[in-house]
Design a protein around this ligand. Sequence first.
Ligand code: PLP
Length: 462
Amino acid sequence: MPPLSNLATRDVETLVHPYINLASFRDTGPLIIERGRGVYVYDTEGKPYIEGMAGLWCTALGYGNEELVEAAAAQMRKLSFAHLFTGKSHDPAIELAEKLKEIAPVPISKIFFCNSGSEANDTQIKLVWYLNNSLGRPNKKKIVSRMKAYHGVTVAAASLTGLPANHRDFDLPLPGFLHAACPQHYRFAQDGESEAQFATRLAAELDALIVKEDPATVAAFIAEPVMGAGGVIVPPQTYFEKITAVCAKHDVFMISDEVICGFGRLGTAFGCEKLNFRPHAISVAKAMSSAYLPIAGVMIPENVYQALLAESKKIGVFGHGFTYGGHPVSAAVALKAIEIYLRDRIFERAAALAPIFLARLEAFNAHPLVGQARGLGLIGGVELVADKRSKRSFLPQHGVGARAVQFAEAEGLIVRSVLGDVLTLCPPLVISAAEIDELFDRLARALDKTLHWVTRERLAQS
Ligand SMILES: Cc1ncc(COP(=O)(O)O)c(C=O)c1O
């Protein structure tokens, strides 16, 4: 292991990093990114990388967008902070809320602003609990999400998340959070089961789960249209139609977590439009501001708003809110980002590029290391396996995905590896067709190097 640079040593001695083995990280140190332009970021040595993950599924308009920079600077000069507490307001928040209502795929009555996807999903849960208290059904409180879902890391959002590392030794999930089956055909379909049959079974299982728990106790179901951090899992055909029917049957409130899929990732403004379902409420974050500044939102229907009114009358105040929720500078940037999305037809552009992206992605299905390469729109996952035929995964301690990420970085490409050695891809929506080709050329070289290493270390055998 080469010695760490001075900056890397200072990092290791001062920061706690999310989502890394903190013990081995002390030896490897960080990749320190210094600047960005377009779809490229540059490390402290000046080496360029294609940002194949749009940061963390969020920098949809790429780096160095002067219009966004100017929107932030202008708002900072005009009014650097104002809040929405205790009856105060400001025009960027009002305008942004209006814009979100205008582009919403379902009837939305109001927007509640917060700062992160986790806060948005936490808020969704609190509002559903409030709703059911207001409706006089205090027992209808359980929330259903799914195995491998990712909804964030605050205490309630982490309880929604269906990944072991977000629960283990954090004493989570909290009681009352249930996890339905993961809609991954590749891993969980039975022999000979078609996508539609698999979807029918999952809907029947959800129905059985709700009945077992008692529908009078089940309040809401939350889902990402395409699961991101769980390994880019595209649900089987007809899944959401069938799941939505089950929710409707039991009067279960349906929330679409659009933190990744919102704002064009699947080639439509919202992921639920691509996957053909109509949620009651929507969580948005990330690409809403193209991640130039943090901002998130909870988009709620009229009946939830009516519950907030009723509870406010009863209690005297709506006791929820974040200091920086709807921050005027973040809101001004988000407004500008949405203006650019609509003006430059970025969602349509993503839809037009998707066939090129998916063709290159799916070509990896022929690679000896790849169990399945899958995606939708401009999001993709490449699941590495020890044995293609049996779909056997590598042992987690071999860190095959993490090693592939290192090979990709050596090739000048940033990708991520998530649970089960799935390499995830989510490039900025402004990527060009030529840059997509370059991204996949680099990934192909990284996969070949990974294969060479796996073979040399005989990792496929254990
Ligand atoms: C679908 C989804 N929901 C929620 C979150 C949590 O967002 P944050 O990290 O901003 O709290 C994420 C983050 O990746 C996400 O992918």
